[in-house]
Structures are given as C-alpha cells and as structure tokens.
Design a protein around this ligand. Structure first.
Ligand code: CA
Length: 227
C-alpha cells in the first residue's frame, strides 16, 4: 500500500517514514502543502496522512483540493490535541479520520488500516476470500487454516489484490504500489511475484486464486466471505 505523508516537522516526517516502511507501506513524503498536493494528485496514493499546520498551503486546503479533483482515498489528519475545531474543520474539508499529536505509532497504523479496509469495502482487519485468509494487523496469510510464508513484496501484492477483491488491478498499478517514485520500475517483477504467490497459495493449481486478464491486469477471483 502506498501512503503519502504531508508533514513539515522533519523529525516527525522521518519517524513516520521509518515506522510505516517497517509496517510494509511504500511511503511518499512531502514537507509542505504545495509538495503534498502535487504528490496527492500525481501519485497512485492509497491513503494519506496530512498535518493541518503546513507552510505554503494549509492541510485543510490540500484536502479540499484533492477531493475537488476527484481523489477518494482515505485521508487521516494530524491535529493538536486541544484543538477540537481542527478536527471538525478537517472532517468537513474531506478528511476521514484524525489522530491528535503526540500519538503512538500503533494508533496511526490502526487508523490507516481501517481506512484502507473501508475503502475496499471490508469491515474487519481479517480479509477472507474462499479458503485464503489475510490478517492485515499481523500481516499473516493462511490457506485452509495453514499458514503461508510470504516475502514482504508478495504480501503487499496479495494484500492489495484482496483489499480490492473482485476488481481488475493493472500491472502498472501494482508496480507503482510496490515502489516509491524514485525506484526503477519493472513490471516483470510483478509477473514474477504473482507467479510465486500462485505457487505458494495454490501449490497443486486447484484453487486458482489470482486470475490474469490479458492486457488488463490481475483479479483476485475467489469470493469474499466473513472471516
Ligand atoms: Ca505542522
């Protein structure tokens, strides 16, 4: 999952990057509102963390403008603890949730996961499609109850496909969600990872969890069910 962090305080921005990267996200950073808005509009962001007090363009204005341009991904705002007005204004501008500073990283992560699940139409942290179960908190995967060991890239691809189960996801979309903007992108990597995922989830080729749609991308085709 690709997360945009718009925060002008360098130490906090870097700390979020470290924690989010360790939690398996691809992270884009912006240090002011203008940079943030550019990234919010141009990159394939899955979820954004936006501080309200930003130089050049306020966090509220960043959120208003990205919503006005049709971006529907989840936005989590960072607010001062004693400013209830910030929360109201942020939510009215189009944010989905807030965390008050100072915060524990676990809270940010829990709220981000919830936003990602909701935008994919899931109600709980455990996603289940047919016999495949994925726990977005523990980042574990099982098939028919048996744990499956995945690398972090394999996990990211499967999580993205499961969050959007039933939808066609293009190879470009998956590639962009694996890497940050300055990484050398090679869509063959996605083909290799999907191939490995198929073998790990479905060693005897009976389940066929991931469909290839020629020229269009991939789809997790097993039916969603309550976990
Ligand atoms: Ca600030």
């Amino acid at each position: 999952m690709r997360v945009l962090v718009v925060e002008d305080e360098a130490s906090l921005r870097e700390a979020l990057k470290t924690e989010l990267t360790a939690a398996g996200y691809s992270v884009d950073l912006a240090a002011d509102g203008e940079e943030g808005l550019y990234a919010a509009l141009e990159y394939p962001i899955d979820v954004a963390i936006v501080d309200l007090g930003l130089p050049k363009l306020s966090g509220l204005e960043v959120i208003r403008r990205l919503r006005a341009r049709g971006k529907t991904y989840g936005v989590l705002i960072l607010t001062a603890r004693d400013r209830w007005q910030d929360k109201v204004e942020g939510l009215s501008a189009g944010a989905d949730d807030y965390v008050a500073k100072p915060f524990h990283f676990a809270e940010v992560q829990a709220r981000l996961s919830a936003l990602l699940r909701r935008s994919g139409g899931w109600a709980s942290a455990r996603l289940a499609c047919g016999p495949v179960e994925l726990d977005t908190r523990a980042q574990t995967v099982s098939v028919n109850g048996a744990p499956v060991e995945l690398t972090s890239f394999e996990y990211r691809i499967l999580e993205h496909l499961m969050l959007r189960a039933g939808e066609v996801i293009s190879k470009t979309d998956l590639t962009e969600r694996l890497y940050e903007q300055d990484f050398d992108r090679d869509s063959n990597v996605v083909e290799v990872l999907v191939g490995r995922l198929r073998r790990k989830l479905d060693p005897d080729d009976s389940l066929k969890p991931i469909e290839t749609l020629r020229g269009r991308g991939y789809r997790l085709s097993l039916p969603r069910r309550p976990a």
